[in-house]
Design a protein around this ligand. Sequence first.
Ligand SMILES: NC(=O)c1ccc[n+]([C@@H]2O[C@H](COP(=O)([O-])OP(=O)(O)OC[C@H]3O[C@@H](n4cnc5c(N)ncnc54)[C@H](OP(=O)(O)O)[C@@H]3O)[C@@H](O)[C@H]2O)c1
Length: 249
Amino acid sequence: MDLSGRTIAITGATSGIGEATAVMAARAGAAVALAGRRADRLEEVAARIEEEGGRALAVPTDIAVDDEARAFVQQAYEHLGRLDVLVNNAGVMLLGPVMGADTSEWRRMIEVNCLGLLWCTHAALPVMAEQGTGHIVNVSSVAGRRATLGAAVYNLTKFGVTAFSEALRQEALFSGIRVTAIEPGFVETELQGHNAHKDVVMQATDKMKEKIGQILTADDIASSILYAVSQPDHVNVSEVLIVPRGQPG
Ligand SMILES: NC(=O)c1ccc[n+]([C@@H]2O[C@H](COP(=O)([O-])OP(=O)(O)OC[C@H]3O[C@@H](n4cnc5c(N)ncnc54)[C@H](OP(=O)(O)O)[C@@H]3O)[C@@H](O)[C@H]2O)c1
């Protein structure tokens, strides 16, 4: 895959899928802009990319804050000279029953998974339209296609991301912009570790891992993102559902 001369802005690049995508895209020749709240981790990823001869811009950003999300996209465009791809990857998954839930967790998921993605997209679209080309990649989930017990609000956010991606694809094609939804199954990352009931979630996660066998790596998802963005201009990979072979649902 050759992404020389391309520029890619990636949210949630401090760990997991976003970090893997940044490193892989840079190795393929793209200049990358990285967003995430943990500035130290972001700088580390950028430094690693630069040590390997790539080009990376670290922009510490909380995408749940409208102005910060927009500033990230603007800085990516201004520093890298153009904006070919925006990967809306940042997300949180806070699981548990609806009844008695800590509703601040719902707000956080909606603000990051949905609104953060919307702020970045809203800032990127005019830039891409002006260029006459661009690509928005939204990281949704299997949880955006199938609802499961204990994931109700996470499901709500990811169903939203999948639906938004398809509607945006239909709208944006008139501006020469492509839109892709990536829907991973179970991937080994830090995602599960943010739950308040970490022990319960980790136990359930371990059981699931035993049943599935080998789960996906962040690199597996980065590869499918790079596949989508490296297609010829007339090809829009609209949706990629990618699960471990042993994952039933
Ligand atoms: N792992 C899976 O099994 C799986 C399956 C399907 C879909 N996904 C989706 O994949 C995406 C990436 O998750 P991951 O699995 O790679 O988990 P991860 O390692 O926990 O990465 C999540 C990323 O999102 C960032 N983030 C969270 N809140 C943010 C905020 N307010 N502003 C900016 N960045 C924020 C985190 O950075 P900071 O904490 O530094 O801000 C981190 O870089 C998510 O959208 C997730 O829903 C994951």
